[in-house]
Design a binder for this molecule. Sequence first.
Ligand code: ADP
Ligand code: MG
Length: 149
Amino acid sequence: MKEFLTNNSQQTQELAQKVAQLVRRGMVLTLNGDLGAGKTTFTQGFARALGVTGRVKSPTFNIMNTYMAGETPIYHFDAYTLETMGAENQGFEDFIGTDGITLIEWPQYMVDILPNDRIDFNFQRTNEDDQRQITIHGIGQLANFEDAL
Ligand code: ADP
Ligand code: MG
């Protein structure tokens, strides 16, 4: 597990850029944290670092957005609205961990279909307004992913 402190959105996006450089097709990143913690901000920096030019926003109502990073799809989930519906049998498994790179906001609402090999992120506000604590922890085959950061 590795811990970072960022003091504004840009620093969070710079961290996302570093992570993006280490991520390969098929990897799954879970983005944990409360509303406003910085999960989407991170995803924006991540996607931009991989060459996505269009707008990146939380797919709150459609649950999944796809962006193309060259030939590589980025699957961006926001599972918040699955809290009451459940994630099984909706076909999300066909995307997660397959040909693209997957980022999942509110992964606690899709636990049944999360892969065992993944990188868990935790975003937390601190006592300072624009500061966030971000912890990164690879598990399964991706254990120690964060050591390269
Ligand atoms: P989430 O997707 O976790 O709900 P967002 O990324 O949509 O959160 O929103 C985070 C908000 O906090 C944005 O308005 C962003 O500008 C602001 N912010 C302030 N400081 C930071 C920081 N250090 N990292 C990320 N976002 C920050
Ligand atoms: Mg969000």
